[in-house]
Write a protein that binds this ligand. Structure first.
Ligand SMILES: Nc1ncnc2c1ncn2[C@@H]1O[C@H](COP(=O)(O)OP(=O)(O)O)[C@@H](O)[C@H]1O
Ligand SMILES: N[C@@H](CCC(=O)OP(=O)(O)O)C(=O)O
Length: 385
């Protein structure tokens, strides 16, 4: 590795944010497959115990812990005689089906040493994106915490299809942190921090803090590591950190064996600062937890009005429409280069819009009636991306 952790950058750590780490009452901890398995495949029991000892101490202090644990697929490989992570979805799902039981069994035994009961929570994308479902997921997690059990969350790999999978658990962990209104998200991996580039390169250095996106400029964020069982690599961890910090939740990214010092507020890993302006829960979900059902192409004037002046989107500024959505669905607003600039809840069905494009609201109201005076997307239902 390049520059060792510590050094000058540590002195720039923001004490206030580290204080938020040590005082966090509700903590979501995510651990990746690479930190739970042995080099030859299978669950590394001592790694599970080390993590559980750290989390057990937190719960003994009266703090609430939600654990998001990967590792089902990795844990299922050896029992099925598979030597490496399969590429096809069906075999991954079979491995997850075998491995998830082993994983939760191992956690149950390990947490029992601390007198804690665990509850398995398997979620699909729909469970954290559809409003009615995420309310249910929240209620279950809330009740488990009230009963002083430790919820252990994973994606429901056996039912998720390729199109609707999270695949990696980093984003799932960020959405769970937002769902339970956590005070802290800890992302544990096989690398001690975010580095400026591939951590095995001598010219890479550790990044101690990310205050905002400007601290991410110029960094090479790479894919999964050499363990062969992780997915997503740093890309999905940084994305997860941005989602959580955007919701006002500080994030510590570090190695699994540094979980204890990280939770004690020591300057290890990378600390991502929470952003000041916390969006409303509704707009947060709109930005991060919905899949757009279509796209509205905006002319430059509409982009300036919506993005620059935070105005509602009117039919006059739309040049084209893609997708098959109905009123109330999320849609992306794209600029002339095709880049998504905002997401909003649309007030019309896709089939209604072509006849309205480029026309002013007063002209539409005169021609079609007062119902057609409404905005295509109201600014209260709009979030910039
Ligand atoms: N800029 C970077 N800083 C740190 N690690 C990086 C970076 N770019 C790529 N990586 C790789 O990301 C890997 C962690 O991701 P992954 O293998 O998906 O782990 P997990 O199973 O914990 O989710 C590290 O082992 C590392 O090799
Ligand atoms: N749900 C999958 C997680 C997939 C995965 O490998 O995630 P991660 O190790 O967090 O990059 C499992 O339990 O195997």
């Amino acid at each position: 590795m390049g520059t060792p952790p510590g050094g000058a950058s540590v002195t720039t750590q923001n004490g206030r944010v580290r204080d938020a780490v040590t005082t966090a009452r509700r903590v979501v901890v995510k651990i990746g497959s690479s930190s739970l398995t042995t080099a030859t495949g299978g669950l590394a029991d001592e790694r599970v115990d080390t993590l559980v000892d750290t989390l057990g101490r937190l719960t003994a202090e009266g703090r609430e812990v939600v654990l998001v644990s990967s590792g089902a697929i990795a844990a299922g490989l050896a029992p099925l005689g598979l030597s490496r992570r399969p590429r096809d979805l069906a075999t991954q799902q079979a491995a997850a089906s075998v491995g998830q039981g082993l994983l939760i069994g191992r956690y149950a035994a390990s947490f029992a040493r601390h007198g804690r009961t665990v509850g398995q929570v398997l979620l699909t994308v729909d469970d954290v994106t559809r409003r009615a479902h995420y309310r249910n997921a929240y209620r279950t997690l809330r009740k488990l915490l009230d009963l002083r059990a430790v919820p252990i969350v994973n994606e429901n790999d056996t039912v998720a299809t390729q199109e609707i999978r999270f695949g990696d658990n980093d984003r799932l962990a960020a959405l769970v942190a937002a769902l339970v209104h956590a005070d802290l998200l800890v992302l544990l991996s096989d690398v001690d921090a975010l580095w400026t580039g591939d951590p095995t390169r001598p010219d890479s250095t550790r990044i101690a803090e990310v205050r905002d996106d400007t601290d991410l400029a110029g960094i090479t964020i790479g894919g999964a590591g050499r363990s062969g069982v992780g997915t997503g690599g740093m890309v999905t961890k940084v994305e997860a950190a941005r989602i959580a910090t955007g919701f006002g939740i500080p994030v510590v990214l570090t190695a699994a064996d540094l979980a204890a010092p990280a939770l004690a507020g020591e300057p290890v890993g990378t600390l991502f600062h929470p952003q000041q302006r916390r969006p409303t829960a509704r707009l947060f979900w709109l930005a991060h937890a919905t899949s757009p059902r279509g796209r509205l192409h905006l002319d430059p004037g509409a982009v300036a009005a919506v993005v620059g002046r935070r105005k509602s989107l009117l039919p006059a500024g739309i040049t084209a429409v893609d997708g098959t959505f109905t009123a109330g669905d999320p849609v992306d607003l794209v600029d002339t280069a095709g880049a998504s600039v905002a997401r909003g809840l649309v007030n019309y069905d896709a089939v209604e819009l072509p006849g309205l494009l480029g026309r002013s609201t007063s002209e539409l109201a005169a021609a079609l009636g007062p119902a057609y005076e409404r905005e295509v997307v109201h600014r209260d239902d709009l979030v910039l991306l």
